[in-house]
Design a protein around this ligand. Structure first.
Ligand code: HEM
Length: 328
């Protein structure tokens, strides 16, 4: 499918007496840059009582534990957790959905879909060659993200190392943190521009820090402003989540915007499907989310409605299958 080909013998080339082994909606479409990323959740290893489910418990990485409850979380269990995950990314949503649909169809009888989320317009740059996209608050998102060209930073913050003996199969992989974050769009849209910028700590136009400079300039958190307050407020998002206050921890953010129609009040059921890849969620995500939940100005406009953590094994080589290092 990542080569633009159908699953199996295809939608129209098989035995007419049998259901086709491809569903057909991607016929005539190009590969559209389709990528597939697979992950394994904590519940694949142990059930809620801690019992070994499939003989894999001794390979459950120390860091692959359910995320803690964060202040303000109003999670929908039906949109959280899961044994397995598939992230399909493509330039055309029809191609991404086709991939997920066919993989789920192939697994019929063994697996079933617990929840899914369709997103659009990636919210984070992941390469210096990309211009920074915007999230649904209208702000540039991904400015200070770990970029593909920063290979040393990827090794330090994103790829799993060999420090956990039970997680040998995961070396060179990563952890995927997913958070479905609803934004109260209509309330946000009534806030003055200056307040919106203060909540983020950056300007809405160029994305430069409020302490000045260009988009890529380093924020100056000590620069004094008016009323004895710093120019970048103490509860500004970029200050609260900044690596300087989290032991240098960075994350590779790779989220999407979503709009799932409207809610009962006629507001958009919309937000950011936050996805981050980290080397260790315990050091690189949990403290950051905790700080954000406790003291970030943005959270007044956010509702955390879904949450999951998965271990993503390293990529597959020719002749290998997904997760071979775990299941072998
Ligand atoms: C809907 C929710 C969110 C919105 C609207 C949002 C928005 C933004 C914006 C506009 C920036 C500045 C530009 C940039 O560097 O990318 C930013 C940076 C950042 N955000 Fe968020 N964010 C959200 C949720 C989160 C969450 C849940 C986390 C992690 C727990 C997070 C972690 C970060 C980090 C680490 C940075 C970079 C800080 C730096 O190094 O300067 N964000 N976010």
């Amino acid at each position: 499918m990542t080569a633009g080909e159908p699953a199996g013998t295809g939608a129209i080339d098989g035995d007419v007496r049998l259901p086709p082994d491809d569903t057909g909606e991607a016929l005539d479409l190009p590969a559209s840059g389709l990528t597939l990323t697979f992950g394994f959740g904590p519940s694949l290893f142990r059930d809620a009582e801690g019992r070994d489910r499939f003989g894999l418990a001794d390979r459950q990485p120390e860091a692959l534990r359910d995320l803690p409850h964060f202040p303000g979380d109003i999670l929908d269990p039906a949109r959280s957790g899961g044994d397995l995950c598939i992230q399909a990314c493509a330039d055309d949503p029809q191609v991404a959905v086709h991939a997920v649909r066919n993989l789920a169809r192939l697994g019929f009888g063994t697996v079933s879909v617990r929840w899914s989320q369709l997103g659009f317009g990636r919210t984070s740059t992941t390469s210096t060659s990309q211009s920074t996209p915007r999230n649904l608050f209208g702000f540039k998102d991904g400015t200070a993200n770990v970029k593909a060209e920063e290979t040393a930073a990827l090794d330090e913050h994103v790829w799993v190392g060999d420090d956990d003996p039970r997680a040998g199969w995961l070396v060179g992989g990563s952890y995927l943190v997913a958070r479905r974050i609803n934004m109260t769009i209509e309330v946000w849209d009534r806030q003055p521009l200056g307040d919106q910028e203060a909540f983020v700590g950056r300007t809405k136009g160029t994305g430069a820090p409020l302490s000045g400079g260009e988009e890529m300039s380093e924020p100056d958190f000590d620069m004094p402003g008016s009323n004895d307050q710093p120019v970048i407020a103490t509860d500004a998002h970029v200050r609260v989540v900044h690596p300087d206050v989290h032991g240098g921890a960075r994350m590779l953010r790779r989220g999407y915007n979503f709009v799932d129609g409207s809610n009962a009040l006629g507001g958009l059921d919309a937000g950011l499907f936050f996805i981050a890849y980290v080397r260790d969620p315990g050091t690189h995500f949990v403290p950051v989310q905790l700080a954000m939940s406790k003291s970030d100005a943005l959270v007044e406009y956010l509702e955390f409605t879904g949450s999951a953590l998965f271990a993503v094994p390293p990529g597959v080589g020719p002749g290998e299958h997904v997760g071979q290092s775990l299941f072998a």
